[in-house]
Design a protein around this ligand. Structure first.
Ligand SMILES: Cc1cc2nc3c(=O)[nH]c(=O)nc-3n(C[C@H](O)[C@H](O)[C@H](O)COP(=O)(O)OP(=O)(O)OC[C@H]3O[C@@H](n4cnc5c(N)ncnc54)[C@H](O)[C@@H]3O)c2cc1C
Length: 385
C-alpha cells in the first residue's frame, strides 16, 4: 500500500525539532528508525501531514555506562545495545532482550526510543525497562521531565508522551551490589514478535536487610518501652507529683488521714495500677510506629521493598521480644508512679514547692527508669532471653 502524502523535514538539532513539533502540534510525527511508523503510514493507520526525521539530531544516540547508572539515547539501535560490552556487563538483561528482537535488519534500523514510544504490547523493551526500574526523559520546547517506565506505558499503543515531546534518553540504575537479570520470550517463529515475554532483574541484598532485625528487635525488646517511659515520666509522673503536691498545700492529704483513709491506698495505689496497665499498652503503640518508621527508611533510603522488610520483620521478631518489652514497660510504669507520688507526698506547703516536686518527679523517674532498664537487660541476658 502507498502512504498518504506528507511533508518531510530533517531538523539539525533538538531545539529545531521541538519548535516544529510545537508549531504543528498533533499534525506531525517523529521518525526514528521508521520500522513501525512506515508500516502504519502504508496501512494508513497513521496519516500525519509532516514527518520529523530525528536522524540528524545530535545527542539522541549513544550509550554510556557510569558508576551507578546507564544512559541509553533514544536513537540507539537494538544492535548497538546488543553489541555494547559495558552495558551487557552491567545489565545482561539488555543484551538478552536486544538480541531477540526481529531479524538483523530490524535490529540495525529499529531504535529503543521508537519501540518504547510505539508501545506495541508484543514488543520486548517495555517489560525489560519496567523490570530494571528505568526512567525515561522527555523534552518539549518548554520543559523536560523524567517519568518512571512503570507509569510511562499507559495502554496498548498508548504512552504518557505528549505530541509536542521527544523522548530523549533512557536512564537505568546500575546496582553496586551483585545483580543480574534475564529476559525470555516465547515466539512462534525465530525473529517474530513475542507471544509472551518475561523480564526479571534481581540484586543481592546487602546489609540493608538487617535494618528489619535492628529496628524490630531493638524496638520491641527495649526502645519502645524506654521511649514510652520517658514521655510518661515527663507528663504523667510530673502530673502525679503536681496533683498530690497541690493536695498537700491544701491540706487535703491531712484531711484524708484524719478521716481514717490511708493516703497510700487511696492516692498512690490507683495511680500505680493505672501506669502498670497503660505503660505496656502505650508501648505497643510506640513499637508499631517504630517499626513503621523503620519501614519508611528501608523503602525510601535503603531501597528495600516493603514486602522484604515486612517478611524479614516477621521472621526475626518473636513473641518473647514483645513480652520482654512489655515486661520492662510495666516495671517502668511502677517506677514512674512511685517517683511521681513520692515527690508529691514530700511536697512542701507552698506553690513553688509544687513546681519543685513536679520537676524532681521527672528527674527521679527518668533516672530510675534508666537504672531499671540496665538491670533488666542484665537479668534478661543472664536468663538467655
Ligand atoms: C518484522 C518485524 C519484526 C519485529 N520484531 C520485533 C520483536 O521481536 N520485538 C520487538 O520488541 N520489536 C519488534 N519489531 C519492532 C521494532 O523493534 C521497531 O524497531 C520498533 O517498534 C520501532 O522502532 P523505530 O525506531 O523504527 O521507530 P519508528 O517506527 O520510527 O517510530 C515508532 C513510533 O515512535 C515514535 N517515536 C520514535 N522516536 C521517538 C522519540 N524519540 N520520541 C517520541 N516518539 C518517538 C514515532 O513517532 C512513531 O509513532 C519488529 C518489527 C518488524 C517490522
Amino acid at each position: 500500500m502507498i502512504p498518504a502524502a506528507f511533508d518531510y523535514v530533517r531538523p539539525a538539532d533538538i531545539g529545531e525539532a521541538l519548535t516544529i513539533l510545537k508549531k504543528r502540534e498533533g499534525d506531525a510525527k517523529l521518525l526514528s528508525g521508521g520500522i513501525s511508523l512506515l508500516s502504519l503510514l502504508k496501512l494508513r493507520l497513521a496519516q500525519p501531514s509532516l514527518l520529523v526525521d530525528l536522524r540528524d539530531v545530535a545527542g539522541l544516540g549513544g550509550i554510556d555506562v557510569g558508576g551507578d547508572s546507564a544512559r541509553i539515547g533514544a536513537r540507539a539501535t537494538h544492535r548497538q545495545i546488543f553489541e555494547h560490552e559495558a552495558l551487557a556487563a552491567a545489565l545482561p538483561i539488555m543484551r538478552d532482550a536486544a538480541g531477540g528482537i526481529g531479524d538483523p535488519q530490524i535490529r540495525n534500523w529499529g531504535t529503543i526510543g521508537g519501540s518504547i514510544a510505539h508501545a506495541d504490547p508484543s514488543a520486548d523493551w517495555p517489560a525489560v525497562l519496567i523490570a530494571v526500574g528505568a526512567s525515561l526523559t522527555m523534552r518539549s520546547a518548554d520543559r523536560e521531565r523524567v517519568v518512571p517506565a512503570r507509569s510511562f506505558f499507559v495502554d496498548t499503543f498508548t504512552t504518557d508522551i505528549e505530541p509536542t515531546e521527544i523522548l530523549t534518553e533512557i536512564l537505568i540504575p546500575v546496582a553496586r551490589v551483585r545483580a543480574g537479570g534475564a529476559y525470555k520470550k516465547l515466539e512462534r517463529r525465530a525473529g517474530d514478535f513475542s507471544t509472551v515475554g518475561a523480564a526479571v532483574q534481581l540484586r543481592q541484598l546487602g546489609v540493608q536487610i538487617f535494618v528489619a532485625d535492628l529496628v524490630g528487635i531493638s524496638v520491641s525488646q527495649e526502645v519502645g518501652a524506654l521511649i514510652t517511659a520517658i514521655v510518661l515520666a515527663g507528663r504523667t509522673g510530673a502530673a502525679f507529683a503536681a496533683q498530690l503536691g497541690s493536695m498537700q498545700v491544701n491540706e487535703e492529704i491531712d484531711a484524708l488521714t484524719t478521716a481514717g483513709i490511708p493516703p497510700v491506698q487511696f492516692l498512690v495505689l490507683p495511680r500505680m495500677l493505672a501506669l502498670i496497665v497503660m505503660t505496656p499498652l502505650l508501648t505497643i503503640y510506640t513499637d508499631l510506629f517504630g517499626m513503621v518508621g523503620g519501614g519508611l527508611v528501608a523503602v525510601t533510603v535503603l531501597d528495600l521493598s516493603l514486602t522484604t522488610y515486612v517478611t524479614r520483620l516477621l521472621q526475626v521478631v518473636t513473641m518473647t521480644d514483645f513480652v520482654m518489652g512489655l515486661g520492662r514497660a510495666s516495671v517502668f510504669g511502677v517506677l514512674i508512679a512511685l517517683a511521681g507520688c513520692l515527690r508529691g507526698m514530700q511536697c512542701g506547703r507552698s506553690a513553688s514547692a509544687v513546681g519543685l516536686a513536679a520537676t524532681s518527679a521527672v528527674v527521679t523517674s527518668i533516672v530510675l527508669t534508666i537504672i531499671a532498664d540496665g538491670l533488666l537487660s542484665i537479668i534478661f541476658s543472664v536468663l538467655r532471653l
